[in-house]
Ligand binder design. Structure first.
Ligand SMILES: CC(C)(COP(=O)(O)OP(=O)(O)OC[C@H]1O[C@@H](n2cnc3c(N)ncnc32)[C@H](O)[C@@H]1OP(=O)(O)O)[C@@H](O)C(=O)NCCC(=O)NCCS
Length: 250
């Protein structure tokens, strides 16, 4: 097995390996390959390692910078990490994590944090530190490893690329964009994807019980959808302001 940095020719394979590894993962929204893509596009994929067996890429790990509210710098987020199902249990994951941590150390990084199964990450020295939190998730799945003596105190924020809409949320938002009306839309509240979009304040309730989309909130999760919905909002507002168009519409 060889562990090496990604090359441009690995990009598609990395996405595929990640997709397959997380396909049946119970806590996954299957958006991990989009996270890697967006980190790369944002030049925030500080470390991207592949594991190669017999010339085939079978595993991958990503590290990207995180922000900590107490001002501590030089900390990184680990993940996603993936090994193809047929190769799992062969220490490939262990080799990827260890090589990544060694590289972080050699770069002078001060620490690393991740969201994942503590039972897997304890072996690498990751543990839960009560003073270091990640909002919006059960704290027991948020673990960190300081590479210096001091452990920071505060809230850790992963790169924007980790904010991804799930496939079902994307489907729901597509329907909403199609039905867009500046006067508000009726949405299916029984749909868990809609519920989640409301929670993320992408859809907000209007006094008459209808819902309105917030393109700027949507853009935080998906810049493409944000632009499309902004375009629809502008277009609809023109339709409503234009008396002829408004008559045709009604
Ligand atoms: C998690 C993953 C990267 C581990 O890679 P791997 O190459 O299979 O793991 P290793 O062979 O290095 O495993 C080392 C040890 O961890 C254990 N382990 C592996 N996966 C584990 C898991 N999900 N939970 C707890 N322990 C795990 C192994 O049993 C082994 O234990 P041992 O030392 O007692 O024998 C891989 O299974 C995977 O891609 N899973 C799907 C995607 C995923 O869950 N990514 C991580 C999200 S937090």
């Amino acid at each position: 097995m060889i562990i090496r940095s990604e090359k441009p020719s690995d990009i598609e394979t990395i996405a595929e390996v990640t997709k397959v590894a997380f396909e049946h993962h119970s806590f996954s929204h299957q958006t991990e390959h989009f996270i890697i893509r967006d980190l790369r596009d944002a030049v925030a994929l500080t470390i991207s390692l592949v594991a190669e067996v017999d010339g085939q890429v079978v595993g991958h790990i990503a590290f990207s910078p995180v922000m900590i509210s107490d001002g501590t710098t030089n900390w990184y987020g680990l993940g996603p990490v993936s090994v193809l199902p047929d190769y799992q249990g062969c220490r490939i994951g262990t080799a990827l994590v260890n090589r990544g941590l060694t590289l972080l150390n050699s770069m002078g990084s001060k620490g690393c944090a991740l969201v994942g199964l503590p039972t897997y990450y304890y072996r690498f020295g990751f543990t839960h530190h009560p003073q270091l939190i990640h909002e919006g998730i059960p704290q027991e799945v948020f673990v960190a490893k300081s590479l210096v003596e001091r452990v920071p105190s505060g809230t850790v924020e992963f790169h924007q690329a980790f904010k991804q809409l799930s496939i079902i949320e994307k489907d729901a938002i597509t329907d909403v964009i199609i039905d867009y009306d500046i006067a508000g839309m009726s949405v299916d509240l029984a749909n868990p994807a809609i519920e989640s979009l409301i929670e993320k304040e992408i859809l907000t309730k209007m006094p008459d019980g209808k819902f309105m989309m917030r393109p700027s909130a949507l853009a935080e999760y998906d810049s493409y959808f944000g632009q499309v919905s902004q375009f629809r909002a502008t277009e609809m507002s023109r339709v409503h302001k234009n008396p002829i168009m408004a008559t045709i519409k009604s």
